[in-house]
Ligand binder design. Structure first.
Ligand code: HEC
Length: 117
């Protein structure tokens, strides 16, 4: 391998590492935003990622909707419409509405829930 080839490989590698670093950062920022919105909206009083509280664990929700084409749509409706939900003890109440009107922030939260596993 001559010097030119080595340099090309080295720079291709570092570009790859840099791109990986940036996308990891973007994912981390989106995760934080989703968790912050869930917390601000009071979702975590009834939900956790991996254990059942009053509501199902987000991992369970992700498993239930895995591979379903309309998952984002359904969950967006679920957290923005205040539709009735049934609790373990049988009583019903309006489900909590997410505290954001920003479609991108809501979509980010829904995608975060659906990617728990
Ligand atoms: C007072 C308790 C409570 C709060 C607060 C709450 N939830 Fe729920 N959530 C429930 C219950 C109970 C269910 C189960 C509904 C059912 O199975 O009919 C549920 C179901 C869900 C589901 C699954 C829906 C489905 O179709 O399977 C998602 C996603 C969800 N909640 C997200 C959220 C988000 C996001 C927030 C905050 C904006 C939130 N929840 C706040 C009680 C709550």
């Amino acid at each position: 391998m001559n010097f030119y080839q080595k340099t090309m490989i080295a720079s291709a590698l570092s570009a790859g590492v840099l791109a990986l670093g940036l996308s990891t950062q973007a994912v981390a920022a989106a995760d934080t935003a989703a968790q912050t919105l869930a917390k601000q909206s009071g979702c975590l009083k009834c939900h956790a990622v991996d254990k059942k509280k009053d509501g199902p664990a987000y991992k369970e929700v992700a498993a239930k909707y895995k591979g379903k084409a309309n998952a984002v749509e359904k969950l967006t409706h679920h957290i923005t419409s205040g539709e009735k939900v049934k609790f373990e003890d049988g009583h019903e109440e309006d489900h909590k509405i997410v505290k954001s009107k920003d479609p991108a922030a809501i979509k980010n939260l829904v995608e975060w829930i659906l990617s728990r596993q």
